[in-house]
Design a protein around this ligand. Structure first.
Ligand code: ATP
Ligand code: MG
Length: 455
């Protein structure tokens, strides 16, 4: 009995020691400079520390600073409760239901401050596949580090003492350029299958290798993604597509077997041979924009991803005898009906997508008042950018793209000139001929289907 008791105490003690063992990495080794941290994040840490709390910059920002990448945002973790955090700042709100955290605002900047969380301590509610349903308990800093996903995401930077606190050899993994899961990878994927997508996204973004033990279970456990609420998958896919490394991410997802019915969005991208070129071009342009710090319109991005599905349906409906524009309208309805639910695309993006698509055949009408009327369209710029992308993918005539570029920038006289020089849609060869009047239904030339170009 006494022996059992001693053993139990020993086990508890060693477990505790293992969990709490953190390495303090000095400035000389980690190389992060205080001036790389925005004043807002410094203020949050200093204010909380002065009030007697621990406070650190944490997560992706520390990882990115160590690697030399500019962080997207700065998050702070502390032992203060949400109420305590809020009480120290003039503009702060408590948000979140699943786990309450505080947004502290400085001008247009927001710093997200969260209380150390207990996370995976074996007491969480899980579903039949081991998926964690809630992680709402406060914990120690060591608990907080252990519940994070990868070692390189579990680093804490104290800007006052300029040290990095490292519980899981994250600094070493950064030097080795390795993405390694904290704890048992399979159990961690079961707790939260989205970590499989995160592994791929973060590895692709940083150009890191995924450690073999972290990588191996992914293809086997890929099916677990089906149990994740679609809105959460959508959020993660959106992060992936707007990471500035979407092409690399998509290729890695395919390599890890995370496609084929698992991620409907990925099937849209990878399982349409006709559209692959267009979609890949759209993604690489998106990557360039993100890297140049430009804004990404989500509606535009999804209009690109689903365009070939719309085209295919549009063509079928026309073959079935529907007129051109009503056929496009119907094709759009069908694709949106099918995909918005499946992909959990938010309603607010759908209007943009529809407008961008409906504008495409209108670009082909370069006679009468139609082009001038189109100039007044609210989303002309997006519609034109889409046309230009079709041009770059050789799916629309280069001449048409240039004409619109000129037309949009020309003065009134220039526009008159361009209109009279425009080829008629039936010819598309730049030669001027008189257009014969025909009933609308007959106007279905190859150029009209929107698939012209390369043919
Ligand atoms: P990014 O640079 O894309 O923002 P990030 O690592 O900061 O990458 P966030 O989604 O902002 O990603 O998450 C912040 C931190 O929260 C992560 O660094 C990680 O420590 C933790 N985290 C996020 N998602 C999970 C998860 N699913 N499981 C465990 N920890 C997570
Ligand atoms: Mg982040």
């Amino acid at each position: 009995m006494i022996k059992r008791f001693v053993e139990k105490v020993q086990t508890l003690f060693t477990r505790r020691r293992r969990v709490n063992k953190a390495r303090q990495v000095s400035a000389a080794e980690h190389g992060i400079r205080r001036d790389q941290v925005p004043r807002s994040a410094l203020r949050v840490c200093e204010t909380l520390q002065k009030a007697g709390h621990h406070a650190y910059i944490v997560g992706g920002a520390v990882r990115d600073l160590l690697i030399g990448v500019t962080p997207k945002d700065f998050d702070v973790a502390t032992d203060a409760t949400p109420e305590q955090i809020k009480s120290h700042f003039r503009r702060a709100i408590i948000i979140g239901r699943r786990f309450r955290l505080v947004h502290v605002m400085f001008g247009s900047e927001t710093i997200e401050v969260s209380t150390f969380r207990a996370g995976a301590n074996g007491e969480q509610a899980v579903d039949a596949h081991g998926r964690m349903l809630a992680d709402n308990v406060f914990g120690t800093q060591a608990n907080d580090a252990a519940r994070r996903d990868f070692t390189i995401n579990a680093l804490y930077y104290d800007p006052t003492h300029e040290t990095v606190v490292d519980f899981h050899d994250g600094v070493k993994d950064i030097k080795r350029r390795r993405l390694r899961m904290i704890g048992d990878p399979e159990a961690r994927y079961r707790e939260d299958p989205v970590r499989m997508l995160r592994a791929v996204r973060i590895a692709a973004k940083l150009g890191f290798e995924i450690d073999e033990t972290t990588r191996a279970p992914i293809s086997r456990l890929a099916d677990l993604l089906e149990n994740v609420p679609p809105a959460r998958v959508f959020d993660e896919m959106l992060k992936l597509l707007t990471s500035g490394h979407s092409v690399a991410c998509i290729l890695r997802l395919r390599a890890e077997g995370l496609h084929h019915g698992l991620l409907p969005l990925l099937d849209v991208i990878l399982e349409q041979p006709e559209g692959e070129r267009f979609v890949m071009l759209a993604l690489s342009r998106t990557d360039e924009r993100v890297r140049a710090g430009k804004h990404i319109a989500v509606g535009f991005l999804f209009a690109c991803l689903l365009w070939h599905e719309v085209l295919k349906r549009w063509k079928d409906l026309q073959t079935g005898g529907q007129h051109r524009i009503p056929a496009l309208d119907a094709a759009i309805d069908e694709v949106l009906d099918r995909q918005t639910e499946k992909l959990a695309i938010q309603r607010r993006f759908v209007a943009d997508m529809r407008d961008i698509w409906m504008m495409q055949p209108r670009f082909e009408r370069r006679t009468g008042r139609a082009p001038v009327a189109l100039l007044g369209h609210l989303r002309l710029r997006a519609g034109y950018d889409f046309l230009a992308l079709r041009g770059a993918a050789e799916e629309a005539p280069a001449e048409l793209v240039t004409w619109w570029q000129d037309f949009m920038h020309a003065d009134e006289q220039g526009r008159v000139g361009l209109l009279s020089a425009a080829p008629s849609p039936a010819q598309g060869d730049g030669k001027r001929r008189r257009r014969r009047r025909r009933p609308k239904s007959a106007g279905q030339s190859a150029a009209d289907t929107g698939q012209t170009a390369s043919s």
